[in-house]
Design a protein around this ligand. Structure first.
Ligand code: ADP
Length: 191
């Protein structure tokens, strides 16, 4: 199965995608993590990416696409992928579809986690204390929400039009949300 996970910052994508990939036995491809690794390595690519990440801005598409393109060639992604935090722009979504079409493994689902804004901000502030992520301060959070609305939300229409968008209510406990995801995946598998 090839799945794209979409949701505003704080919606619980990290938690839920981790559970789902254990459940489906597929490998995760998280651009946020790949970019944080690049940043930590101190490579020139990582330094460039950090200039955007630290301000809550999107890393430019060509850079992200280069990282993903290279990663996708690894054998663990041959039959299944859980894309997390990618695509984030329409250009990324189109590029992904093209490279997956070439491999003959199109996307099966786009899972959209939905939660209201107040809940999202509360969750992220809690996480900033627990994990000390540099981009989880109130100002950057507000900016990331805005970026999501402007640049990533249009992807929802893109996937809806393709008939693979599956909205999931992300309010409630992680267990409740995961049950909803399992149900949706089960339906798609038997479709
Ligand atoms: P969150 O979803 O909580 O914002 P991520 O780990 O997915 O966290 O992303 C952290 C940061 O990494 C983003 O704010 C952005 O700067 C960068 N990033 C991650 N994925 C992408 C992507 N697909 N395109 C552009 N920038 C990205």
């Amino acid at each position: 199965m090839l799945i794209v996970f979409i949701g505003p910052p704080g919606a619980g994508k990290g938690t839920q995608s981790k559970r789902l990939l254990e459940y489906l036995h597929i490998s995760p491809l998280s651009t946020g993590e790949l970019l944080r690794e690049a940043k930590a390595s101190g490579s020139s690519l990582g330094k460039l990416a950090a200039q955007y990440m630290d301000q809550g801005r999107l890393v430019p598409d060509p850079l992200v696409l280069a990282i993903v393109g290279e990663k996708l060639r690894e054998p663990q992604y041959a039959t299944g992928v859980m894309f997390d935090g990618f695509p984030r722009t329409l250009q990324q979504a189109r590029a992904l579809d093209e490279s997956l079409a070439q491999r003959g493994t199109p996307l099966d689902m786009a899972l959209e986690l939905r939660a209201d804004d107040n809940e999202l901000v509360t969750r992220m502030l809690r996480r900033s204390v627990a994990e000390r992520r540099a981009d989880d301060n109130p100002q950057t959070i507000a900016h990331r929400m805005e970026v999501y609305r402007q640049q990533t939300a249009p992807l929802l229409d893109y996937y809806r039009f393709k008939g693979i968008l599956t909205p999931i209510d992300a309010m409630g406990t992680p267990d409740e949300v995961f049950e909803r995801i399992k149900t949706a995946v089960g339906k798609r598998r038997s479709a």
